[in-house]
Every structure is written in C-alpha cells, then in structure tokens.
Design a binder for this molecule. Structure first.
Ligand code: ARG
Length: 632
C-alpha cells in the first residue's frame, strides 16, 4: 500500500533531538564504510528499554554483515569517528549486546529541544519549495444516499489532506462525484416516469427512484452472472449491465435518457442539476457534522471531464497504446492479461476513461506531484490499470523547481484502499431491514451516545461539566460522538475491515477518540487552575524525572509522526502517536506533582510541559478533524 518508500530527506526536522544524533552518525558511518550518506541509515529509534538510555542506533548488525566486519567493532569505530561531535548533546555513547549503540541525551539538550519546539508551528517547518498534491475523497454518487463506504472515503481523505496541509503542501481536494453515468440516467428516467415534482424533491425520493429503476433494469440474470464471474468490480458491472442484449425497457429508457442528457437536452440538464443540488446539500450537511473540509470548490465530478474523454482516447490511440478488441477499444499491459476498456463498441466511454482524464488534469492541470486516491479496496485493480496506463503514456513526468533548479520528477500515484465497515455479525454493516446504513442514521446514533455519556458524567459534582446547560452538554456530546466514529475509522490500518461497535468507540478509556479528548480536557482543566500563566509560559524546561523525560521525547516525536503519516498515507500513525502521547502524559501526571509541587522552578517547568502536551494533542486531533473541548 501507499508510497513505496520514504525518500531520504536531508532536511533536518526541527527540534527532534534524535535528528542531529542521526545526522552525525550517518556521516560517521559513511566515512567509516566509504559509502554514500544516503545509504548510511543509522537506524536511530527510541530506546527499547529506558534503563539503557533514551535512544538506540541499530545499524551495526546488518551493515557489519555487508562489509564482513564484527558488529561491535564497527559500532565502536563509528563512535570513534564521531570525536566530539555529539558531546554537548549526549553522554558518551555505549556499545551494547551484539552491537547496539545506547544513547543518553544530556537533560539540558532535551530541555532546549522542548523550548525550541514550543513555537507556533510545533516543530513542523514548511518546505522551501512548493509541493502540490491532489487528494481524491468522498466520491459520492449523485442521487444515492451517502453510505458508510463514503464515510471512510471522506474522513480518510480529509485527514490525509489535512496532514499534507499541515506539512505546508498545497492540497487540492478532488471530489470525483458519480454524476454522469447510467445510474443517474436511470434515476432521472424513473423520476420522470413517476412524475415526481422536482421542486420538493428529497434525497429519499431519489433513493427510491434509483432503487426501483435498478429493480426494473434487472432482467438478464445470466448476462449479469457472466459479468460477475469476470470479477470486473462494481463500476464495470454497472456499465456492462447496460450492454446486455435483451436489456429491459427501463434500461433502454435510461440509456436514451443518458444520450439526451449527454447531448445537452435543456430540460434534462435542469433536472440533473436539481438532483445534484439535492444530493450535495445532504453531503455538505454530513461533512459539517463530521468536521470534514469539503466545499463546492472540490467538486470535480465525472461530468466535468465529459469533453476530454474523446481527446484522451485519441491520445492513447496516437501513442499506439490502444487496440480494437471486438469493436471496443482497450489498453493492454505488458505483464498482465486483464486489459482496460476505454471505449465500448457502441462508442460510449467508461468509468476508467473518466479517471484517465481526471488524472491527467490533476497532474498536468493542477501540477500535483502526488495524487492520492481514498477509495475502497474493491477498486484496487481499477486504479492499478489507470495508474499504469498514465505512466505508459508519460503523463506522470513533470518539471518542478527544487533548490533553485528545474528538475524532472515522476508524479507518485497512490491508492489508499480501505476496508469495509462490518456489523456485529462480521458482515458489511446493514440496517435491520437489510439495507445499507445511511451515513445520517449512523452519525445520529453516535451523537446520541456521546450526549448520553457526557450528560451522565456531568451529574457528578466533581466533573468540570457539572452545572452546564443542556445545550452546552449537547455540543460536547456531539463532539464526543463524532470523535468516536472518526477515531475508530482512522485508528486501524485503513486497508483492514473493522467492526462498527459504538460501545467500544465512545468509551472514555482505551484507544478511543473520546479518551484523547478527555486527556486533553483534563490538562486544560489543570492549566486553568494553575493561576497566572506568565509565571510559566516561558519558564526553562528541565525534564529530570524519567516520566518527564519520556513525556518530553513523546512530544518531540510529533513532527516525525506527522511526516510519516503523510509519506505512507497512514492516518493511524497519527492516532498511535496521540495515544502514546496521552499515555505518556498520564504516567507523568501520576509520578510528578504539578499544581502541588512546592519548588517554583520545577512547578513552572512541569506546567510548561503540560501546556506543550495540550497543544500537541490539540494539533494532532485537528489533523483528524476531531475537536478538542476544554471541559469534559
Ligand atoms: N463514485 C465512486 C464510487 O462510489 C467513487 C469515486 C472514486 N474516485 C475516482 N476517481 N474514481 O465507487
């Protein structure tokens, strides 16, 4: 999954104390072994056991094998090469076991790093040059209810977009609406047959119209079974459905409606626009509730590429990459049997053709050097085909300005294939009547649970929320319910299926969204009781206790976690980071008195550390689009 490798980036990550250590070791390894620094990864990571230090470097075992040396000797030789390079930051480096290097930072170095981190950007510097990416998200099909799958495409996409934005990239969110194919024509035709009044149209009407159109169109069981057997995926299926000999009158009606719509029939176009409006109103309402940034500027549906389909196909023909196969036009690949259909025998274009046009626009038009698709795993083959075709034709090459020079870069194409949301029965989540859960129903239930949880807690006189109005409690409960759903969706590896279990998701304990919000709110409550902030906002940070040091390291790993989440398109990296940070804070809070500490210097240092934790938690949660209330 994801971007294959994380490119070695020579820019220092501000504030991370592991960074200068790794840099010095890299140079020493390169010199000792006579290799390129880019290949001299010192493999610095947090110490497995804090008793032996703060960090460890694990390069020696593998590298010694490559150069036929003894790992402990190699580690020692690299340390000797360092000379005094790290002596102001670290205690003398120690070789241990088969050749690990244990590294203990001097407390002053950690304190200084934390003070430098305590700036508005929290250690994340924007890149010197412009970096651009496009994120394909949401992708709802007009005239159909947004369902749980679109929930994932929307929140995973939004989180990835926010992560790149946070790193200073220019991000184009692209909502590839299904607004131009046969399904919408089926709905249009069915609405007309039913004589529905479009002025008062609701999404439920649309849904009903689409469902009945589907039922009417389903007449050729054998033909459909054949298409299923090819494993062509939902889109090709829908498209091929239309090609059947013996298609029903309803399909014929839908096909002729599609042709009239596509050739600009004014009254059909008006109805079509109305359907889009009704659908999108609901989508934006859900996006608002989910705290997802989605707006009409990101709407770039299938219909917007309609005039580019013929030219795209011609480009493939001209490049000698498309061949006629039984009247249809296909792209073939050197190493696989499955071709990609880009024009049907009746001259119609396909889902894949539209994606080729959209991808060309994203790279050549928007200038994206990374295009990220948050689309469910069942479309894996589809994107493999589209990406390879675009690479074969050479549309992925673009020129970028880097360090004052124009360089040729290859656009990276990434599909983030996500898994299915399952019910308690481990089958795709359905309502009791067997229908797909609408997004609205699901969020309403989560919010209801959040409000109940928060209201119950507010009954405790010791709770900071005690005595709040019902409206205030509702607002917090809504934030909790949404956090529960989003965090559960983002916290696991995205490609995995997961069970939708509200009980677990809204719990205030464990690896949940509400737990992180609660950790944040507890720190905020403590800081509110700490009196005049001027006494500690600029105080020297002096992490002395082991739990204090551990918290300091956890905070400083934030920029690396954000960068890694972006590089690997893995929101779960941010979730895991925040969970570890909240746990490090709790361990610190148990071991180290803060408000009750009598030593004014230590108290101020701890308050500043707590404040930094609060800000880092809030910043990380904002990447997930999860709000951080200050009282819970
Ligand atoms: N409308 C599609 C669906 O519901 C998702 C669109 C994904 N994006 C894309 N560029 N094909 O399955």
């Amino acid at each position: 999954m994801g971007v294959a490798s994380c490119v070695y980036d020579p820019r220092p990550m501000t504030c991370d104390p592991a960074e200068p250590v790794a840099r010095a070791l890299r140079a020493a390894i390169a010199a000792e072994c006579g290799i390129d620094p880019a290949n001299a990864d010192p493999r610095v990571q947090p110490a497995a056991n804090p008793a032996f230090g703060d960090l460890q470097a694990n390069f020696a075992m593998a590298l010694a094998k490559q150069c036929g040396r003894n790992p402990r000797d190699l580690a020692q030789a690299v340390i000797a090469r360092l000379g005094d390079d790290l002596s102001d930051r670290c205690e003398p480096l120690q070789v241990a076991g088969p050749g690990f290097i244990n590294i203990t930072l001097r407390p002053a170095a950690l304190g200084a790093a934390l003070q430098a981190f305590d700036a508005p950007n929290l250690g994340i510097e924007p890149p010197a040059d412009t970096h651009t990416c496009a994120v394909d998200l949401c992708g709802v099909n007009v005239a159909k209810q947004m369902h749980v799958g679109h929930l994932r495409a929307t929140i995973i996409g939004d989180t990835i977009a926010r992560t790149y934005e946070r790193l200073g990239w220019r991000v184009f969110r692209q909502n590839h609406l299904g607004d131009w194919g046969l399904p919408i024509a089926m709905t249009l035709a069915s609405l007309r047959r039913r004589g529905t009044d479009l002025a008062t149209l609701t999404l439920d009407d649309l849904n009903a119209a689409y469902r009945s159109a589907q039922a009417e169109g389903r007449d050729d069981e054998a033909g459909l079974a054949a298409v299923h057997a090819c494993g062509c995926g939902p889109h090709r299926l829908a498209e091929l459905e239309a090609q059947h000999e013996g298609a029903s009158a309803a399909i014929a009606d839908a096909k002729s409606t599609l042709v009239r719509l596509q050739s600009g029939d004014a009254s059909l176009v008006r109805d079509w626009e109305r359907i889009i409006e009704v659908t999108m109103r609901e989508v934006y309402a859900a996006a608002d509730l989910l705290n997802v940034r989605l707006d009409p500027a990101s709407e770039k549906g299938e219909s917007s590429f309609r005039d580019e389909l013929a030219p795209v196909v011609e480009s493939f023909e001209r490049a000698g990459l498309a061949t006629i196969d039984q009247g249809a036009l296909v792209v073939r690949y050197p190493e696989r049997e499955r071709p990609m259909l880009i024009r049907k025998s009746d001259g119609a274009f396909l889902y894949a053709t539209t994606d080729l046009a959209a991808l060309r626009h994203r790279i050549q038009g928007l200038g994206a050097e990374r295009v990220i698709y948050c689309v469910d795993a069942r479309q894996r083959d589809h994107f493999k085909d589209v990406f390879d075709a675009v690479r074969m034709i050479g549309w992925t090459r673009l020129t970028r300005r880097r360090d004052g020079h124009d360089v040729e870069v290859e656009c990276q194409l990434v599909h983030v294939p996500f898994g299915t949301v399952l019910g308690a029965d481990k089958k795709p989540l359905k309502t009791r009547s067997g229908e797909n859960f609408t997004l609205k129903a699901l969020l309403d239930e989560a919010i209801d649970r959040g409000v109940r949880e928060v209201t119950a807690r507010a009954a405790d006189p010791a709770s900071p929320t005690h005595g709040m109005s019902a409206d205030e409690l509702h607002a917090i409960g809504q934030a909790v319910g949404i956090a529960a759903v989003k965090y559960a969706d983002l916290g696991g590896e995205v490609s995995r299926d997961y069970v939708f279990d509200l009980d677990r998701m809204v719990a205030f304990e464990g690896d949940t969204g509400p737990y992180l919000q609660y950790a944040h709110a507890r720190i905020a409550s403590m800081l509110a009781k700490a009196g005049d902030a001027a006494a500690w906002t600029d105080a020297p940070i002096d992490p002395a206790a082991p739990e204090e040091k551990a918290l300091g390291f956890a905070i400083l790993r934030y920029p690396a976690a954000v960068r890694s989440a972006a590089d690997h398109c893995a929101p779960s990296t941010i979730c895991a980071y925040l969970y570890a940070l909240a746990n490090a804070f709790n361990a610190f809070y148990q071991a180290c008195p803060v408000l009750k500490c009598d030593d004014a210097r230590v108290r101020a240092s701890r308050l500043r550390l707590a404040h930094l934790t609060r800000r880092t938690l809030a910043d990380g949660l904002s990447l997930l689009g999860i709000s951080a209330p200050s009282r819970m």
